[in-house]
Design a protein around this ligand. Sequence first.
Ligand code: DGL
Length: 270
Amino acid sequence: MAVGIFDSGLGGLTVYREIHAAMPDLPLVYFGDNIHAPYGVRDADDIYDLTCQACSRLFEAGCDLVILACNTASAAALRRMQEGWIPEGKRVLGVFVPLIEALTERDWGDNSAPREVDVKHVALFATPSTVASRAFQRELSFRAIGVDVEAQPCGGLVDALEDGDLILSEALVQSHVDALLRRMPKPEAAILGCTHYPLMADMFQEALGAQVQVFSQGKIVAKSLKNYLERHPEMVGPGTKLQFLTTGNAKSVSSQATRFLRQDIRFASA
Ligand code: DGL
């Protein structure tokens, strides 16, 4: 019984951590495509091909359901995968929709017509490719009206976090927040639209100010997955082992991951 969690690299571990905390008995298989990270500067075809390959590997590892714990893949590839690639009996879900449901105060799967919501000015921080896709704005427009979104492509931040360079990461967060605030001085909410960014959540909050509500995906996605599995228990696949797989060098990815999550994580080669 296993559920797959996919990211281009280590960022999805912030989602893994919350899913594991919410459902400690659920076997999970994590796949980090570290050799090809970052995805955020790749084109959509490339991201689609890499994401399909990663999901195939997770299906092989005994997962029937895969969570794309990567906004870049959710934005650039998921819709195309759902339109024709996903094999029968398998499901692939992204991390955007649960976040937008939380922002627009909707229950899981509430597909009623878009309506006015409290929040009117939203800052979105994401990778260049997620920002270019406008997938966040598209999904939001299905659920809410009258919300102004200002998006900041946070170039360089994923590389700095993968490298464990906190000084550079802090400087990048500050300069990306400053750039956004010049265009939208008073956002009410900020979305950390990349699963690497929760590691810098405190820094985002400090740079934005205490009056801004910062949304990260980990807990939101864990809650929505729990709800989904209660409704679809058959989607827990046949795998039984907690595993961490990488396309990169297992030894060095393990030590980066241990530093990244501040807990011992052992990767094996995918
Ligand atoms: N963690 C991924 C995301 O949520 C992306 C990182 C990348 O650029 O590879 O978008």
